[in-house]
Write a protein that binds this ligand. Structure first.
Ligand code: PRP
Length: 175
């Protein structure tokens, strides 16, 4: 591939992502057999992972979405906001939140708290990327695609100033 000015290096290739997403899909399908889980995709970053993961789910399930935001440029503002809430009630449902990345954990902490009193039977997190070295609050995703170091990553849904979400791989951003 030709050198890209915004790219330090490719961290996780398209093929590696494909393989891992298929594994996660199989694992979740086994764990939730007979439970008709509700997969909640978190816009915008989680949408590419969500679309690929859902096609690897082999059991009956439902789809819904939320939109949350906290980042500007490469920095977390620390203040998470709900831009779009769920369409469906989660009362009695087994919910799987699907995110692209858990970094400081502030977004998922906010989300878990905001869903806590809605009566779900269970709530778990599935993220493609986990960056535990950067956690500010305690959030533990049950399903993790890849654990990464403290680098600013782009692609496969992840952006820098709303660019590069469409890259088919995960890359390290060249500042
Ligand atoms: C990104 C990402 C996660 C969150 C993770 O979203 O999609 O939701 O940051 O970071 P944290 O663990 O430090 O909270 P962002 O707020 O950039 O919105 P986006 O999904 O629209 O890109």
């Amino acid at each position: 591939m030709a050198e890209q000015p915004f790219l330090e290096r490719i961290l996780i290739s398209q093929e590696q992502i494909k393989q891992r997403v298929a594994e996660l899909g199989r694992e979740i399908s086994t764990d939730y057999k007979g439970k008709k889980p509700l997969f909640v995709g978190i816009l915008r970053g989680g949408i590419i992972f969500y679309a690929d993961l859902l096609r690897e789910i082999s059991i009956d399930c439902n789809m819904d979405f939320m939109s949350l935001s906290s980042y500007a440029g490469t920095k977390s503002t620390g203040e998470v906001r709900t831009m779009l809430d769920l369409r469906e009630s989660i009362k009695g449902r087994h919910v799987v939140i699907v995110e692209d990345i858990v970094d400081t954990g502030l977004t998922l902490d906010y989300l878990m708290k905001s869903l806590a009193d809605r009566g779900a039977a269970s709530i778990e997190i599935c993220c493609l990327l986990d960056k535990p070295c950067n956690r500010k609050v305690d959030v533990s995703p049950k399903y993790v695609g890849f654990t990464i170091e403290n680098e600013f990553v782009i692609g496969y849904g992840l952006d820098y100033n709303e660019l590069y979400r469409n890259l088919p791989y995960i890359g390290v951003f060249k500042k």
